[in-house]
Design a protein around this ligand. Structure first.
Ligand SMILES: [Zn+2]
Length: 120
């Protein structure tokens, strides 16, 4: 049993290392988007959805710049912003909440996706 435990410990360590590398690499690529936007609401929504898809695949979320909560980036329609506004979609104090609201991609610092809550 001793050897197997060691194997699992090593595997976990190795996976953690790889995961960290994925997170840092992704963060570096996303930096290029910060402060930019596409022309249309549709394009911005598509880009944000693609980011969300990739992050979800690797168990990552974006840290809200206002409160730090792990969140999903979305683009909402606004009358005065043709490309829409970027918002952090997250649950704060048990309530679905949106923070942010700039018309360009915010800084995207990545964090672990929180574990699923037990049945509620
Ligand atoms: Zn927030």
């Amino acid at each position: 049993m001793g050897n197997q435990n060691e194997t699992m410990d090593q595997l976990e360590m190795q996976l953690n290392r790889l995961h960290r590398s994925i997170r840092l690499t992704t963060e570096r690529y996303l930096e290029a988007l910060t402060g930019t936007r596409y022309e249309s609401l549709k394009q911005n929504q598509k880009a944000a959805a693609k980011v969300g898809q990739l992050l979800d695949r690797y168990g990552l979320r974006i840290r809200c710049t206002e409160c730090g909560t792990p969140s999903i980036l979305r683009v909402s329609a606004r009358k005065n912003a043709t490309g829409g506004v970027f918002v952090f979609d997250h649950v704060v104090n048990g309530k679905r909440t949106f923070h942010g609201g700039k018309s360009v991609f915010p800084p995207m610092h990545l964090t672990e996706k929180p574990p699923r809550k037990a049945n509620r």
